[in-house]
Design a protein around this ligand. Structure first.
Ligand code: EPU
Length: 421
């Protein structure tokens, strides 16, 4: 397995181009199943999870062509399998996103249940409940969700909690249902809105995306479309945290600052100077960060996907920060590793109390999930001495060429590629 070797202490100065959002690209790739026509996508990030989705769709018979860097076209005219097997779903939970589109267009689907993962139990009961409300017959057999319907019928659905992929799955199912669907308590994340924008370009009738009440009037069929994936707010936020921790001045191009309000506010509170244009963000830091507490909630509040990175910033801040993780029950696995670098963090249930220390010291640490890995990289960039981050395949799932981007702004970071036996 590859690892990253980081020598901390360098300031970060320069420009970075932000990639397309992983969590928008994944449902959008799955939306190609809704039409036999071609979906042409730009700004698709080159990530392991995108490769897994391409493999999954390819196995089903979707024809996928790479049209140059970060551009893909997908044509689902020849789909011959309506199944998402366990070996792919277990490596990427977002595979559940084929369930809604397959059921809506082909009337059946068989998708492996994802099971738990490092950050929490993460059931998909709300996806299933919503599809059943749309008229699907659903059973769980041998670890698979098996769903059937002649034609889905619009319904009013209120999910028990706000769920991002649940909202996306139900929206993709409802666009081809007969009649009107109202999704109450819907996720407002920019990635959900970006999926809705693509579906509208394909001929879907959707209103209210970006709010917690999405109204969908089903249509008989959808057609091809072109779409550019929205910028990754979490990737952008991660680079800003890195500068917050090391000091420096970076300009993020191809960013979407209008999707990043809570993140930018928090970084300003920590002492960063932030300036934004329509598609760029400049972030600079010339002092020790101030400790900043926060609670993770659904968008537009502070995102769980930035919790670990802002915690890394807090480890070297002036003061004490109280962090509450409200979305996932087990998303503090970076805490122990940060502790190995000298961070002072106490956990009590969902609450973490971080007491800033003057400096971290480099160590060998283990990445346990995607955002935990990013927090260890930030800590390593700020620490004294060398840090080795092991098991970085998690990082490759969600950050496009992270070490190249960081090196281009002055970080001392290298990938050690492990020889295959
Ligand atoms: N939940 C249920 N039942 C369901 C669905 C969700 O109990 O049927 C619970 C979850 O266990 C969790 C909460 O509801 O406690 C919210 O989960 P949600 O469904 O919103 O998460 P997700 O859709 O599985 C997406 C992102 C995650 C991100 C979360 C929260 C994608 C592919 N993944 O997951 O991204 O953390 O929303 O914003 O969009 C990441 O990129 O690192 C990542 C984990």
């Amino acid at each position: 397995m590859d690892k990253l070797l980081i020598t901390g202490g360098n300031r970060l100065d320069g420009e970075i181009s932000v990639s397309g959002a992983k969590n928008a690209a994944l449902p959008i790739l799955c939306a190609s199943l809704l039409t036999p026509d071609t979906i042409a996508l730009k700004n698709v990030p080159a990530l392991k999870d995108i490769g897994t989705t391409v493999r999954l769709l390819g196995q089903m018979g979707v024809r996928i062509t790479q049209e140059g860097d970060n551009a893909l076209s997908l044509a689902a005219g020849g789909v011959h399998s309506l199944e998402a097997p366990y070996d792919l779903v277990k490596t990427m939970r977002a595979s559940i996103l084929v369930l809604g589109p397959l059921l809506a267009r082909f009337g059946q689907a068989k998708v492996s249940l994802p099971g738990g993962c490092a950050i929490g139990q993460r059931p998909v009961d709300q996806h299933i409940k919503g599809l059943a409300a749309l008229g699907a017959e659903i059973s769980i057999e041998h670890g698979f969700v098996i769903a059937r319907a002649n034609r889905l019928k619009g319904a009013s659905i209120r999910t028990d909690m706000v769920t991002v992929t649940g909202t996306e799955n139900l929206m993709m199912a409802a666009v081809l249902a007969e009649g009107q669907t109202v999704l109450e308590n819907a996720a407002r994340e920019p990635e959900v809105a970006d999926l809705a924008e693509l579906l509208i370009k394909m001929g879907a009738r959707i209103q209210g995306h970006g709010t917690d009440r999405i109204v969908i009037d089903g249509v008989d069929s959808l057609h091809g479309a072109e779409h550019t994936i929205v910028a990754d707010r979490i990737e952008a936020g991660t680079f800003l945290c890195a500068v917050g921790a090391t000091g420096g001045d970076i300009l993020l191009r191809n960013a979407a600052p209008d999707t990043m309000g809570a993140i930018l506010d928090k970084l300003q509170e920590a002492g960063m100077a932030i300036e934004c244009g329509a598609d760029w963000i400049r972030g600079s830091m010339s002092r020790r960060p101030k400790a900043v507490g926060f609670r993770t909630y659904e968008y537009p509040a502070f995102p769980t996907d930035m919790q670990a990175q802002v915690m890394a910033l807090n480890t070297i801040a002036d003061g004490t920060a109280v962090i509450v993780e409200n979305i996932f029950e087990n998303r503090y696995m970076h805490v122990q590793e940060l502790g190995r670098m000298g961070a002072k963090i106490d956990i009590d249930g969902h609450t973490a109390v971080v007491t800033g220390v003057p400096a971290l010291s480099g160590a060998t640490v283990m990445a346990t999930d995607l955002r935990a890995s990013a927090s260890l990289v930030i800590a390593g960039l700020a620490a004294r001495g060398e840090t080795t981050v092991e098991r970085i395949y998690h990082l490759d799932r969600g950050y496009e060429r992270m070490e190249h981007k960081l090196r281009s702004v002055g970080a001392n970071i290298q990938r050690i590629v492990r020889e295959q036996a």
